[in-house]
Design a binder for this molecule. Structure first.
Ligand SMILES: [Zn+2]
Length: 1234
């Protein structure tokens, strides 16, 4: 009684009728035996009346604090009167029918499930059970089970099973098949039960699958509601492998297809889309098992679903049918292995030491042919034992909620600095030679005079340019003769197919050059033909005239580098104005009478913009002046360098864009908006290959594994080539007249890592859309799905004064295909597939030579050329520049180490002292060969550091820069995507680099260890990378506190005192560099990254500001470049802005300046914000900037860029409710479509 009083006093008005009735009912409950059943019946019917007629009543009964539901349930338990029971069930149905699940939750929380199940058990004992009672009871039960995203009673199915209630509903349906009024609510309850896999198996044993097939049937307008529920139930039941097998055994796959076709034919007005989709859902469930897929193929399912979905394409409301059909067909598409003899790289490099463990050891210990095993299973469905155990199931619901990043390092001991050197001091002494600046006294220098000396007078500039070779003891001449270069003379050029490749150099391979006389001739030929070649090019350049340059302007005098008549017109700052629609550099370059080609003209630093950004930063006036125009590109020098570049396949050709150079195009390149339906169209075309096999040409037109592969001289066939530095095409197969499948080579000494591509195409016609499919990509998603386009360079365009890489391609799409990945190449994971990137291109010229690349190529030879040009052009009076060879790579290429700082003002003691005591900044890039953007950023950094602007001078006076611009030369040269020749990711070797297998890492780390021993730790370490799945440029750093925040350990319990200084540089960059985005930065240390440069340099070497800087391959979604794809101009600008950021950092870290600008003081707030983020962007990338496509139904989620761990691969199996949402969304967007 007290309870009721409380109720009436606290939450309900005293005059409420419902309260009075409930009080009366409660009284009846306590005296149930004494009171006539009539009274309870009367009271409950009154309550029912109120509940039916007044929302107010329903509200009161379910209001917080009300005991109405409890009282009702209590009556339900006690009463033996059927009418009272029915009244109460009706009341409860009224209550839970509205309120969006909240009221059902109240019923559940008061123990309603248990009461109702007990009632069901009791009622089922009557023979026959009371129909009305069963209808009401099931109607109510159906409403309290879990449904969609609303969790009512999550344990409903389990409770029903424990109470032995499952078969009651099943038997009711069996016995009353014609009684639709009764079986509809029963089926609704069965539908709920079936979502629990243990229940599904249990019900399956009792014949529920067969029962559902009695209910679903051919097209009939009657009882569609019943049909729909039965289909939903069946789809849920068939997710159990046992049930699916049972269905296959009984021939139900065929039945489902027949029913589907029947509905497809008769539902001409598309009123029953949901039923048709329900049938497809059943097929989708049953084809999860291999037997099901086989039955589907045997029943001609591919053709049936292909044809029906073609019919549906025209009607947008039928998209869910097309999409589900597409999903099923892709799943059932017979898995093929790639048409390759082996997935191991086509080239092998003999390592000096074979590691005892690791990927390479594994690869080479495998018996031959083992990689040919194609394993057909999907997600372990071959396991015959039923793994659907109860414990597994009970936890299912919790999985999502407790999804957290277990990659975050939680071991504080692994986060704390490691106080040991790793290598003995004596051994580190060898690195002393790389720090001559610390011993230089400049007594030899005449530094008092401020007059700049003529550049040519520098010691290393006299005479011909000496091509440094990696440890090559031969004089340059002898070296040339070993790797002689011959260019066909003009007449032979015209006679051969190479006449279409005006600048392709055909270098004979070593083996062919046995006769030394021949070699000398070759050399002579080379010299003359180089000039000849230059003239060729120049002739082709319409409005570009060749100008003879005087010998004393060393860097302008080489070969076909064409100098602009008036130096000023190119070097004026107008060139660096922000490129509006037509960039001034582009137009200026070609409207003038002559041009300096190959100059990558903008360093991208825009002086106006720099003023803008500095003006609001507390009076700091860093005026970026235009750096000197540095004509860093020199085709002839490039050729010279290529001759000394050692590739595993011994490439003898040079790709035209690398030879000729490129400039950024003078127009904007927006991020593409993908038209609706691209993916399914492309997938449908792939399915057609299976259905119309006779239409497929299947002709191999390029094959690295088969040198005798020759292309028939038919006018219609494209020619492919990628036998040049950084190229990596392995095989091309013509599929249809204008469609080609391309296969990329694996990284050398590896059997996977394909994503980067660079190849040449010729023999094209105009007015034709050529479709290219690169069919062995590995990442589970790509920016190609979010507006990124591949790059194309047309030689004819270049000769027509438009030498640029441009973003091209339509119908671009990246999707999982039916080529099966061997588990050996997929980290042991079975059932993985490759991905296809497809794009369609129309070529601008007939018989052109065009190049395609994943991103702007930047070869090792290009780096060597840029470094030589920088060295040859610098003013040693101003800039102290050194290029040393850090070490040789496995293939014998040199790994350059660059030192840049300002030459001291004089050789007076104090000036030399200031010089030696400047803090170090250590930079590196391109450890991952496929991330060419990192090299372009590095180029921007190098050019800025070598420029003559006062800011650059000030920067040089502030720091000594140690730069390893390419940590993985061998990988870059050989067209690898990820690894070095050791077949390993070098950015996972920093903890324990092997001097024989990872020399560049071993010695780069050695340099840093040496710096630590001499107490000259760099202020900043930064490793430049590219990111394939995110937009903008951002940084990863290391912070103990921020890492601990992501764990359950509270930050307070972490007694580490941490300086927040690691946030300053990224913060500065977010304010100054337009492409940089602070919110994408992360300072969390992940376990999987413990052997990366960033983490090791931070923890082992002790550099607090140790970063990875990631640049997008795609474009920006914020800032000045929002909506645009990124180009080399923007990347180089980023590199320059990074330098400017360092200058500001210096001011902030200077002991004289303690006043931090207020903009940096919001760090605390950001820290708090970031600590709320559950996920780390480096690992569990949720990529909010990448909304899923509506049609994107079979993509797994994101993967870790640096690891490619596929986390969630179940996107194809989402719940119908989500799909329905997607449908309504797509309908909304469609209104705008024509
Ligand atoms: Zn990387």
């Amino acid at each position: 009684m007290n309870k009721v009083k409380t109720t009436s006093e606290k939450s309900l008005p005293n005059n409420s009728r419902i309260v009075a009735l409930l009080t009366q009912l409660e009284k009846i409950n306590s005296e149930s035996l004494l009171v006539e059943a009539d009274t309870a019946r009367y009271v409950t019917s009154k309550i029912l009346h109120l509940a039916q007629s007044q929302e107010k009543t329903r509200k009161e009964m379910t209001a917080k604090g009300s005991t109405g539901v409890e009282v009702i349930l209590s009556t339900l338990e006690n009463t033996r009167d059927l009418q009272t029971t029915l009244n109460i069930l009706s009341i409860l149905i009224e209550l839970v029918s509205v309120g969006g699940g909240r009221r059902a939750c109240i019923l559940v929380s008061k123990g309603g499930t248990q009461t109702l199940l007990q009632l069901l058990l009791g009622a089922s004992k009557d023979s026959p059970p009371n129909e009305e009672l069963m209808v009401q009871l099931h109607s109510l039960l159906a409403k309290i089970g879990p449904k969609g995203n609303h969790s009512r009673d999550k344990k409903f199915g389990v409770k029903a099973r424990i109470n032995g209630a499952l078969n009651i509903s099943l038997n009711l349906v069996k016995q009353n098949l014609q009684n639709h009024r009764l079986i509809l609510p029963c089926l609704q309850v069965l539908r709920v039960y079936s979502t629990n896999s243990v229940n599904a198996v249990s019900l399956g044993k009792n014949g529920v699958v067969e029962l559902m097939f009695k209910i679903i049937g051919p097209f009939s307008k009657k009882n569609t509601g019943l049909m729909k529920v039965a289909l939903d139930t069946l789809a849920a039941l068939l997710k159990s492998k046992t049930n699916a097998r049972r269905a296959v055994d009984r021939g139900y796959v065929q039945v489902l297809l027949t029913i589907y076709v029947d509905w497809h034919r008769h539902d001409s007005r598309h009123r029953h889309m949901l039923i048709r989709k329900g049938i497809l859902q059943c097929i989708k469930s049953v084809t999860n098992i291999k037997l099901g897929r086989k039955a589907f193929i045997d029943a001609n399912g591919m053709k049936i679903l292909y044809n029906t979905s073609q019919d549906c394409l025209a009607v947008r409301t039928l998209d869910p049918l097309v999409n589900t059909s597409s999903l099923i067909m892709r799943k059932c598409f017979p898995k093929n292995r790639l048409p390759l003899p082996t997935i191991k790289s086509a080239f092998h490099f003999q390592l000096p030491v074979i590691p005892t463990s690791g990927p390479v050891a594994q690869l080479y210990s495998l018996p031959p042919e083992v990689d040919d095993v194609v394993d057909e299973s999907d997600d372990n469905d071959d396991i015959e034992t039923e793994t659907e155990t109860e414990t597994e199931n009970e936890n299912e619901d919790d999985k999502d909620q407790h999804f957290k990043n277990d990659d975050i390092e939680t071991d504080i001991d692994k986060l704390k600095p490691k106080q040991e050197l790793g290598r003995p001091i004596e051994e580190l002494k060898i690195y002393e030679q790389f720090f001559p600046e610390l011993a230089e006294n400049f007594q030899e220098y005449d530094l008092v005079s401020k007059e700049p000396k003529p550049f040519a007078s520098a010691t290393n500039l006299g005479g011909p340019i000496v091509v440094p070779t990696a440890g090559d003891e031969h004089p340059a001449e002898a070296n040339q003769s070993v790797k002689g270069i011959a260019v066909k003379d003009r007449s032979s050029l015209q006679m051969e197919e190479y006449n279409k490749r005006p600048c392709l150099l055909d270098l004979p391979k070593k083996d062919h050059n046995k006769d030394s006389l021949q070699l000398q001739n070759d050399q002579k030929k080379l010299l003359s033909s180089c000039q000849c070649l230059s003239q060729e090019i120049v002739k082709g350049l319409d409005r570009i005239t060749l100008q003879n340059t005087s010998k004393n302007e060393q860097y302008y005098s080489t070969g076909c580098l064409i100098k602009k008549e008036s130096k000023t017109s190119l070097t004026t700052p107008t060139c660096n104005k922000p490129c509006q629609h037509v960039s001034s550099c582009g137009s200026g370059l070609f409207e003038g009478p002559s041009v300096q080609l190959g100059k990558l003209c903008c360093t991208g630093v825009d002086p106006e913009e720099e003023e803008d950004s500095s003006s609001h930063s507390s009076g700091e006036q860093v005026l970026l002046e235009v750096p000197d125009m540095l004509p860093l590109h020199d085709p002839d020098l490039y050729i010279e360098i290529v001759k000394n570049t050692k590739s595993v396949p011994e490439y003898s050709e040079v790709a035209y864009p690398d030879y000729f150079g490129h400039i950024p195009p003078p127009f904007k390149e927006p991020i593409l908006e993908r038209p609706y339906g691209v993916q399914r169209t492309k997938i449908a075309q792939d399915i057609e290959r299976l259905i119309h096999q006779n239409d497929i040409i299947d002709r191999v037109v390029y094959d690295l594994d088969n040198s005798s592969c020759s292309v028939p001289e038919e006018g219609d066939i494209l020619k492919f080539n990628s036998k040049f530095e950084s190229g990596n095409l392995r095989k091309v197969i013509q599929i249809r007249k204008n469609e080609y499948d391309l296969i990329l080579n694996s990284d050398i000494n590896s059997n996977h890592y394909h994503q980067w591509f660079y190849f040449e195409v010729s023999g094209m016609k105009t007015g034709i859309g050529y479709r290219f499919n690169i069919i062995n990509c590995e990442k589970s998603n790509s920016q190609f799905n979010y507006g990124m386009q591949p790059l194309m360079y047309s030689v004819q365009e270049a000769l027509n004064a438009r030498p640029w890489w441009s973003r091209v391609g339509t119908d671009i799409c990246y999707y999982k295909n039916h080529f099966s990945r061997s588990s050996i190449a997929a980290g042991g994971q079975k059932g993985k597939s490759y991905y296809t990137i497809t794009f369609t291109v129309s070529f601008p010229h007939k018989d052109d030579v065009c190049y395609f690349a994943y991103h702007y190529p930047y070869t090792y030879s290009t780096l060597k050329m840029h470094l030589q040009k920088l060295e040859s052009m610098h003013n040693p009076q101003q800039i102290y520049f050194r290029e040393d060879v850090l070490c040789e790579t496995l293939a014998g290429n040199s790994c350059p180490l660059v030192t840049i700082t300002a030459t001291p003002e004089s050789n007076y003691y104090e000036h030399v002292c200031q010089f030696r005591n400047r803090p170090y900044v250590f930079l590196s890039a391109r450890v991952h060969p496929g991330e060419t953007n990192a090299s372009w950023v590095m180029k921007g950094t190098l050019e800025y550091l070598m420029s003559s602007s006062p800011a650059a001078q000030s920067l040089r006076e502030s720091y000594i820069f140690k730069i390893v611009p390419m940590l993985n030369p061998d990988g870059v040269i050989n067209g690898n995507h990820r690894c070095s020749l050791s077949g390993e990711d070098l950015n996972r070797q920093w903890q324990n680099p092997n001097p024989d297998l990872h020399p560049t890492i071993y010695h780069a780390k050695g340099l840093l260890q040496y710096m630590a021993t001499i107490k000259r730790l760099p202020l900043v370490y930064c490793d430049y990378h590219g990111h394939s799945r995110k937009k903008n440029v951002f940084m990863y750093g290391c912070s103990i506190k921020e890492t601990m925040w992501h764990t359950n350990v509270s930050a307070a319990s972490c007694d580490v005192i941490e300086d927040l200084g690691y946030r300053a540089l990224p913060k500065i960059l977010s304010q100054t560099a337009p492409a940089f985005c602070m919110s994408s930065c992360s300072f969390v240390v992940e376990k999987s990254k413990e052997s990366t440069a960033r983490v090791v340099v931070w923890r082992e070497i002790g550099v607090q500001r140790s970063y990875t800087m990631e640049s997008t391959l795609c474009g920006c979604d914020q800032g000045k470049y929002k909506g645009l794809q990124i180009g080399t101009r923007e990347l180089e600008e980023m590199g320059a802005k990074f330098c400017v950021g360092l200058l500001r950092l210096k001011r902030l870290t200077s002991p004289l300046e303690h006043n931090l600008p207020s903009s940096l003081l919001d760090i605390e707030n950001e820290l708090i914000e970031s600590s709320c983020k559950v996920t780390s962007p480096t690992t569990y990338v949720l990529d909010e900037d990448e909304p899923r496509f509506l049609e994107e139904v079979d993509y797994s989620a994101e993967s870790n860029d640096e690891q490619d761990v596929e986390l969630v691969d179940n996107a194809g199996d989402y719940e119908p409710s989500i799909q329905e949402d997607a449908l309504s969304d797509s309908e909304a967007t469609r209104i705008q479509l024509p």
